[in-house]
Structure formats: structure tokens, C-alpha cells
Design a protein around this ligand. Structure first.
Ligand SMILES: [Mn+2]
Length: 358
């Protein structure tokens, strides 16, 4: 594996490449052109400039998170083929610049959903949290207002104001889309992009839906082992792969994370590792990466990745806000750096124990 950190670009991120370089455990960044709208072309020039900036700081781009998929592609509406053609062009440009990993998601309307961006924990740190009750009491339009007022002056991925201004129209677009239809549209998209992925060896890595169940009555498909294996089979190409996000699949306590990892051997191209603390099955908060701070056994998760011979980038996922840092919620420097060190420690111990036959 390679330890990485997500970085939103110097225009948007409070964390600098210099700081990332000094974490030491981290050698690559997962980045993106953050101001691109879904459906917009990523030009070669823009990709090259981003690559140069990262390389000048002594790091390299390990992958893109995300090249976002437009609602026309997700709903199969009239601009779908035009948007897919643009997506293919963007992939070609990434391939030409030597980038071989692209994360994306297929979630309708809202990317990830949380109901609090700064829930205070016992030690004074703050974390992202979710309660189903809070969602049930909100109308979707209000969801954006409540998230927007909590972003510490940053813009959260998937919650761009331009997009959220159209929430009502977006819901209208999805009114006839059920889980089956959404799955069909995903397969249609994947089949269309596989040739360019094969040509440039670009591994597509779908991010699961977060939380792993329907929110506001919208369809959700990338939520469990059965569905993800169905998707792998529907387009049986190594370039059709997975971002294994422990924190997203883990929102559903019925998902056995180490077992899911093992069942996806060869198809996990990217891993997000984080821990959640549950107060009840639909009330949880993001915890420190340490196993005993949450509900997941991080040793077992990292061991499962090691067991399947995972060689891709891994990144600590959302961190807590600690030491009075002001940053994009979940994406501060300090706690993610601690997470990176912890995961590297687990990896080294597992690796050495195996080599010594322990
Ligand atoms: Mn994730």
C-alpha cells in the first residue's frame, strides 16, 4: 500500500503540500480539480499544472478523488451521452498525464450526508455526526442550509452552493429513478468508459454511498457486499473497481468489513480508513482512527487489506478537529496525520509478523 492524504488544491485547502510532505508517512496525494462541475472537461493543461505543483513539493499524485459524474449520467436523461463523451475525454487527458486511479460515486443529489459537522466529544474535539432522527425532521432544501452554516468558511465536496441552489430540480430529476434504474445507468456508464480505461490502464474506483441506506427516499445502490459484487460482475473488468471506504460501508453495522474486503480481492484500488462510534444503529459519530475509540476493529480491517495483497493508495479518512485547528470539517491536518501514522504502524506490524511466520 501507499499512504496518501486527500488534498483539495492550494486555492481551497487549509492544509499545504509542505505540511503533507512533512507527515513523513505520506508519499502521495489524492487530489482533484475542485472547481470543476460534473460534466465539465478536465483539460490536459490543467492536469499538468496540478501535477507539477504536487511534484514541486516533493510528492506525487496517487489518484484523483473525484472526477464527478453528472446527474444526466446518473439519471440517464438526454445529456447523458454528451456528458459521457466529456468524461471519456477527461479520462484520456488524465491517462496521458500518467494518472491511473479515479475515484467517483454514483449517489443521487447529495454526496455524503451528515447532520452535524462539529459534534463535541468528551475531550473537546469535534467530529462529523449523523442521526436519522435529524434527517427525518428536515426537508431536503434545509439540509443544505444546515450544512452550509457549519463549513468553517470552506466548501465541502458535493455541497457546492451552485449545485445546492437547485436541490428541488435535482429531486425532480430523480423522481422516476429507483434502485434498478440507477444500477442500469451505472452499468451503461461503465461499459462506455471501459475502453479508455483499458487503453490507459485507469482503475475506476466507486465510492460507496454514505450513509449506506436511502436518504430522503432517494435510491442508493453501493451499500453492501451483495450489491457491490453484482456491480463487479456486471462489468467484469479489473478497471471496474472499488474504493473501499470503511466509514461509509461501516455506517450499516450489518456490513462485515473484513469479509467484504476479502470478497473484493483484486478489485479494491483505493482504501479509505476511518472509525465510527455508534450510540445506536442510526446515531453515530466519526471517531479517532484508534480501534478502541470506535466500533470497528482497525487491526482486522488493515489485516484484511494486507491479506488480499492490496497495493493501492490508502488514506486516513475524515479526522476529528483537534488542537483548535480551523479547517474543512473532517479534513484538518492534525488528526489525519495521526491516522496515517496509526495505519502505517498497524501495516508494519502485520507485515513483519507474517514475514516472521508469527
Ligand atoms: Mn470515504
Amino acid at each position: 500500500m501507499e499512504m496518501t492524504l486527500r488534498w483539495y488544491g492550494s486555492k481551497f485547502d487549509t492544509v499545504t503540500l509542505k505540511q503533507i510532505r512533512q507527515i513523513r508517512y505520506v508519499t502521495g496525494v489524492i487530489t482533484m480539480l475542485y472547481d470543476k462541475q460534473p460534466g465539465e472537461l478536465w483539460t490536459r493543461q490543467e492536469i499538468r499544472a496540478l501535477k507539477k505543483e504536487v511534484e514541486d513539493a516533493g510528492l506525487h499524485i496517487s489518484g484523483i478523488e473525484s472526477v464527478n459524474v453528472s446527474d444526466a449520467i446518473k439519471t440517464g436523461s438526454k445529456d447523458r451521452d454528451k456528458d459521457i463523451a466529456t468524461y471519456i475525454e477527461s479520462l484520456r487527458n488524465l491517462g496521458e498525464e500518467g494518472i491511473h486511479l479515479v475515484c467517483y460515486n454514483f449517489m443521487p443529489v447529495f454526496d455524503w450526508t451528515r447532520t452535524e459537522l462539529a459534534r463535541q466529544r468528551e475531550d473537546g474535539s469535534t467530529v462529523l455526526a449523523y442521526t436519522q432522527k435529524a434527517v427525518d425532521e428536515l426537508v431536503p432544501e434545509k439540509m443544505f442550509e444546515s450544512i452550509a452554516s457549519d463549513m468553517n468558511g470552506t466548501v465541502m465536496p458535493g455541497w457546492e452552493p451552485e449545485r445546492m441552489a437547485k436541490v428541488k430540480e435535482l429531486f425532480e430529476l430523480y423522481k422516476d429513478i429507483d434502485n434498478e434504474k440507477l444500477f442500469e445507468n451505472l452499468v451503461y456508464f461503465l461499459k462506455a468508459i471501459m475502453p479508455v480505461c483499458n487503453e490507459y490502464d485507469i482503475k475506476m474506483a466507486i465510492h460507496p454511498d454514505d450513509p449506506a441506506w436511502s436518504v430522503f427516499g432517494l435510491p442508493r445502490i453501493i451499500i453492501n457486499k451483495e450489491n457491490i459484487l453484482r456491480m463487479m460482475k456486471a462489468v467484469d473488468d479489473v478497471h471496474n473497481g472499488v474504493t473501499f471506504c470503511a466509514g461509509s460501508y461501516g455506517t450499516n453495522l450489518n456490513n462485515d468489513l473484513p469479509d467484504m474486503i476479502r470478497s473484493l480481492k483484486g478489485r479494491i484500488h483505493f482504501a479509505h480508513v476511518r472509525n465510527l462510534k455508534f450510540h445506536s444503529p442510526d446515531n453515530f459519530e466519526e471517531a479517532a482512527h484508534l480501534s478502541e475509540d470506535g466500533n470497528f476493529d482497525m487491526y482486522e480491517i488493515v489485516k484484511a487489506l494486507h491479506d488480499i495483497g492490496f497495493e493501492g493508495p490508502i488514506r486516513p479518512d475524515h479526522g476529528r478537529m483537534i488542537w483548535d485547528e480551523v479547517a474543512m470539517p473532517g479534513y484538518g491536518l492534525y488528526d489525519r496525520a495521526l491516522g496515517a501514522a496509526y495505519i502505517c504502524g498497524l501495516w508494519e506490524a502485520i507485515d513483519k509478523a507474517k514475514k516472521r511466520g508469527i
